[in-house]
Design a protein around this ligand. Structure first.
Ligand SMILES: Nc1nc2c(c(=O)[nH]1)N[C@H]1C(S)=C(S)[C@@H](COP(=O)(O)O)O[C@H]1N2
Ligand SMILES: [Mo]
Length: 187
């Protein structure tokens, strides 16, 4: 694909990596940090940072599209595929959505189907280095096929649900489906 074809409608490429979020960057306290998988699952999981780090890792190169109009191409993320968490927790048959909860209360939600894509990661590395705090370190979600407000930074918990729970921006007028190729910016 040439560069033009990989830029969704209404987006402009930036070489920089802008930092964009509500509120302040949370401090990472490794002793206190945990990661939880809850809701409609056979096995609820609570992991320490060390336990999370020991999960199988994957790399994925993907593009990142912010709803405000910038796109950053060819980002190399490394982390744990969401699929890996599904294996651990075994969602029940009626689990259809996933609410992703970040430090400080930011949330977003995605269908379980969208989360199962192989490029959906809980990323702890960016371009071969630990993910910087301002970009969501120690751990952020990356969902390349959706506008970046779905890629929650500072993730601490995922909850499997039967009904969709609208996230922080989705409650404030942004699209829940958030497909950049269809320019689904607002609901
Ligand atoms: N926890 C949290 N995650 C968040 C946000 C936020 O406000 N809080 N903003 C989202 C938006 S709108 C964008 S564009 C990306 C920006 O990620 P970046 O700062 O690494 O470029 O983070 C997303 N994840
Ligand atoms: Mo954004």
């Amino acid at each position: 694909m040439n560069e033009e074809e990989r830029i969704p409608p209404g987006q402009k490429v930036t070489e920089k990596f802008p930092v964009l979020h509500e509120g302040s960057v949370p401090e990472f306290d490794q002793k206190e940090w945990d990661f939880r998988v809850e809701g409609l699952v056979e096995n609820s999981v609570t992991m320490s940072w060390k336990e999370f780090r020991d999960l199988p890792k994957a790399k994925a190169v993907s593009d990142f599209h912010c709803v405000t109009g910038w796109s950053r191409l060819e980002n190399e993320w490394e982390g744990v595929r969401f699929r890996e968490l599904v294996k651990l927790a075994s969602p029940k048959a009626n689990a259809r959505f996933v609410t992703v909860v970040a430090e400080g209360g930011y949330t977003t939600s995605l269908s379980l189907e969208d989360m199962m894509d192989e490029d959906v990661l809980l990323a702890s590395q960016f371009e071969g280095e630990p993910l910087p705090p301002e970009h969501g370190g120690p751990l952020r979600l990356v969902v390349p096929k959706k506008y970046a407000y779905k890629s929650a930074k500072w993730v601490r918990k995922v909850v499997f649900t039967e009904e969709k729970e609208l996230g922080y921006w989705e409650k404030r007028g942004y699209s829940d489906s958030a497909d950049p190729w269809k320019e689904e910016r607002y609901s």
